[in-house]
Design a protein around this ligand. Structure first.
Ligand code: FE2
Ligand code: FE2
Length: 201
């Protein structure tokens, strides 16, 4: 389903929901799942573009295979959320064109600074995403671990993959990147802002 009809559907659905329905656990769960799927789909889409940008610059270097392996996992993550969005009738982010460009520019831009900076980018992004997934796991568990089992299983698996990517970046000299601390803090702040936006838009 395309973004526009789904957006229209969601707005109508919210508008038509009665106050009584809005106070039910079912409505709260739908709202939680909608927010989680929108931001996670956008995040994995952005991650796919980051690794695409890194591969465009470093694909033929000695870290090419390492980046490619992580990119392949991001593609699997993205594909899973592409399946889950319509299944849960969740609305995709309206900012996907922004995440497309921003992700590629971040990946390619840091890769142009060198493979250490590309790995520093990976470490920063994956740290934010792993924390973000842990927060979602807590929210879904607090809501209902049985009703949210599919999302919990998915997010736990992906969280473990992202932690592995984070550790791979560290193992490939991320800390030797120029201005590591500044670069890392800037990227993390950008990612936290992107998560905040993608949950809402
Ligand atoms: Fe991912
Ligand atoms: Fe990742």
């Amino acid at each position: 389903m395309t973004a526009i009809p789904m957006t229209t559907y969601c707005v109508l659905r919210r508008g038509l929901a009665t106050r009584a329905y809005q106070e039910t656990n079912a409505y709260r769960r739908r709202t939680l799942q909608d927010r989680i799927l929108r931001v996670d789909h956008a995040g994995e889409f952005g991650a796919d573009r980051i690794y695409a940008g890194q591969m465009a610059v470093l694909g033929n270097t000695n870290v090419g295979p390492v980046i490619k392996e992580m990119w392949e996992q991001e593609k699997e993550h993205l594909q899973k959320f592409e399946e889950l969005l319509p299944k849960y009738r969740a609305r995709p982010s309206l900012l996907l064109p922004v995440w497309n460009v921003a992700g590629f520019v971040l990946g390619a831009g840091t890769a142009l600074l060198g493979k250490e900076a590309a790995m520093a980018c990976t470490v920063a992004v994956e740290e934010v995403i792993a924390n973000h997934y842990n927060n979602q796991i807590r929210d879904l568990m607090a809501d209902d671990p049985v009703q949210n089992k599919e999302l919990l299983d998915t997010i736990k698996k992906f969280r473990d993959d992202e932690v592995h990517h984070h550790d791979t970046g560290l193992a490939h000299d991320a800390l030797k990147a120029p201005f590591y601390k500044y670069l890392s803090q800037t990227i993390k702040a950008g990612c936290i802002g992107a998560v905040w936006l993608a949950e809402r838009l």
